[in-house]
Design a protein around this ligand. Structure first.
Ligand code: ADE
Ligand code: ZN
Length: 337
């Protein structure tokens, strides 16, 4: 079997994928029709322009347009199920998906209903493919800490299968410290903690995030590579980095994959996972991420398997589930090498 084929068959974990950022292009066109063609796109070919970004801020604007197509809570079942079907096609066994609730609540959609439909999609996918999935709510920095505290209340009473919070959205200009109370409250609520950081702002933001928010994992983390002391700190505190290599390439966080700091993180003792972020929007999936790491950064099958095992360790699942996945990963890996 070629290395490429082996890589496709490796069992994988996805820790950082936005549900809305996973909408299939065909489904996006369909949603656009349901809503009365809000966007001037009718064919898959038209979408090539839509998915071309000048920079990170432009990407966020396009992402927001996709949000606008979710005009009813029920669409969440379809898009969650399809996201998991795509992940299953890359032999992903467990997914921790990101749900930016307020992107829809400010348009009138209901938190509890959206969570209900997301969980329906998750249950269907688990029944059909055996894939597991939990949810993290991205409070989206742009909306401010008051909205975030309101979302924590919603999670408390209506957050079935929500295991974590996150701060995504704009990064530069919104200091992490602003969210100190939000993270403290979430911690007291027993939620896990993640923050998108070091994707579109400097290393000082990552330091501040570590000090004031004390997350268990950092999404992206690219800027952290500039400071070995910071990486050592992440390693000592056991903070993992959810790397998103193709996303970083497409938004300009790195100029080429060869320059991606994933190896630098690992060499400093930081546990990393490999993730797609917004797969069709960045022309990627988990197989592509692994293949590109192999081609551009020389990752071997064994190294990629070890990343999978580290990702199990840093996932927000209980010890019984971790043990089940470890056994599954090892038994599938042994058959491949
Ligand atoms: N929302 C969707 N994708 C995102 C990203 N890469 N960074 C911040 N917020 C996001
Ligand atoms: Zn993200």
């Amino acid at each position: 079997m070629s290395v490429e084929e082996t890589i496709k068959k490796l069992p994988k974990i996805e820790q950082h994928v936005h549900i809305v950022g996973s909408v299939r292009p065909e489904t996006l066109l369909w949603l656009n029709k349901q809503g009365g063609l809000k966007l001037p796109y009718e064919t898959l070919d038209d979408l090539k322009d839509f998915y071309a970004y000048t920079d990170f801020e432009h990407f966020l604007k396009v992402y927001s347009m996709v949000n606008g197509l979710i005009t009813h809570e029920k669409y969440y079942e379809t898009i969650t199920y399809e996201m998991l079907q795509n992940q299953h096609n890359c032999n992903v066994k467990h997914v921790e998906c990101i749900f930016s609730a307020y992107d829809h609540m400010h348009r009138g959609l209901d938190f509890a209903d959206m969570v209900k439909y997301i969980n329906r999609g998750i249950t269907r996918a688990r029944t059909e493919f055996g894939i597991t999935c939990n949810i993290r709510v991205d409070v989206v920095r742009d909306y401010g800490p008051k909205i975030a505290l309101m979302l924590l209340d919603q999670i408390k009473s209506k957050g079935d299968n929500v295991v974590s919070i996150d701060t995504g959205g704009m990064e530069d200009g919104i200091r992490p410290k602003t969210y100190e109370k939000v993270y403290q409250t979430a911690r007291e609520q027993g939620l896990h903690l993640v923050a998108h950081q070091g994707e579109a702002a400097g290393v000082d933001y990552v330091w501040e995030c570590v000090e004031y928010l004390r997350p268990e994992r950092i999404g992206h983390g690219v800027a952290a590579a500039q400071d070995l002391k910071l990486l050592t700190e992440l390693s000592h505190r056991g903070i993992g980095i959810e790397t998103c290599p193709m996303s970083n390439l497409r938004t300009g966080a790195v100029q080429s994959l060869g320059e991606h700091p994933i190896r630098c993180f690992m060499e400093a003792g930081v546990k990393v996972s490999v993730n797609t972020d917004d797969p069709p929007m960045f022309a990627t999936d988990m197989n592509t991420e692994y293949l590109m790491l192999h081609r551009e950064l020389g990752f071997t099958v064994e190294e990629l398997h070890n990343i999978g095992l580290d990702s199990i360790e840093t996932s927000f699942i209980d010890e019984t589930e971790k043990e089940r996945l470890r056994k599954q990963f090892d038994s599938e890996y042994i058959k491949l090498v």
